[in-house]
Design a protein around this ligand. Structure first.
Ligand SMILES: [Zn+2]
Ligand SMILES: [Zn+2]
Length: 276
């Protein structure tokens, strides 16, 4: 069993409402199952619903990987129910930083007066691990590797290898004029590449009449196609949708991407992609 399930696919902030019911409004959270291993990538607001589902599988042993610590990727953590329950165990991984550890960052958002409960009051066992770039983590028969992306404050892409198949999660990143060789190497031959497709090429360049989004740390579906082709990836998943894009816009972007790379899909909440 090797599959990915999306619990939050939206960048920047949650946007519930009638215009986003198809794609979903929760911020990033991805569940990967690799055999008996439970792997969680990011703790945006989508992790609340994942927590409700996981309550049925307790006691839990799970690994949680953070791409980075912008608020949209950690804001759901204080609402992750299983973390409050004694007997559950989580290993949490994030990029080593010069200024703060992963534990400091997660507890910081729960400090008084931001939140009524502190991280220390969460009863599950939590083991924090600060990762170096390129460091591999073995989880059962799965191996998780990383590479640094182009995003303010340090951000990791992760690759999960299991049973001869691979999933790569690349959120958030900005492309440059030449293709990101590090990301292409990480994604080489992967079954699925999940890629930061926040902007259209027109929004990114400012040719839609609005101010350009260059330097904002995000990419486009078209750059995702370039990476997918260069890395010989089987399927491209457009992810981290802009909060200004309603369902119609996301689906239009998906159909544009399919013209250049037929195996493209826009991630939506609740979507499951089975690899093996
Ligand atoms: Zn983000
Ligand atoms: Zn970010």
């Amino acid at each position: 069993m090797f599959y990915v399930r999306f619990w939050g696919v939206r960048g920047s902030l949650p946007i519930p409402g009638p215009s986003t019911v198809k794609i979903g409004g929760n911020t990033p959270c991805i569940e990967v199952r690799a055999g008996s291993e439970i792997l969680i990538f990011d703790a945006g607001s989508g992790i609340r619903n994942l927590g409700l589902r996981l309550m049925k599988e307790m006691p839990l042993v799970a690994r949680m990987f953070f791409t980075h610590f912008h608020w949209d990727h950690i804001q759901g953590f204080p609402f992750f129910g299983p973390a409050f329950i004694k007997g559950n165990r989580f290993d949490l991984f994030g990029a080593r930083k010069l200024s703060s550890t992963l534990a400091d960052t997660l507890s910081g958002q729960m400090n008084f007066p931001n939140f009524p409960v502190s991280l220390e009051e969460m009863a599950a066992q939590m083991n924090f691990h600060d990762l170096h770039e390129g460091e591999a983590v073995a989880c059962g028969d799965a191996v998780i590797t990383n590479a640094e992306l182009n995003h303010p404050g340090r951000c990791f892409a992760y690759r999960v290898d299991f049973g001869g198949h691979a999933i790569v999660i690349a959120s958030d990143t900005e492309h440059y004029s030449c293709i990101d060789a590090k990301l292409v190497a990480l994604a080489d031959g992967a079954d699925v590449l999940i890629y930061d497709s926040m902007y259209t090429p027109e929004e990114y360049a400012g040719t839609n009449g609005a101010s350009p989004k260059t330097g904002w740390g995000h990419s486009t579906w078209k750059e995702g196609v370039k990476v997918a082709k260069a890395a010989n990836v089987r399927q491209l998943v457009l992810y981290h949708h802009d909060p200004d894009h309603d369902d119609e816009q996301v689906l239009r972007i998906e159909s544009e991407a399919k013209k250049l790379f037929p195996e493209s899909i826009a991630a939506y909440e609740g979507q499951v992609i089975s690899i093996a």
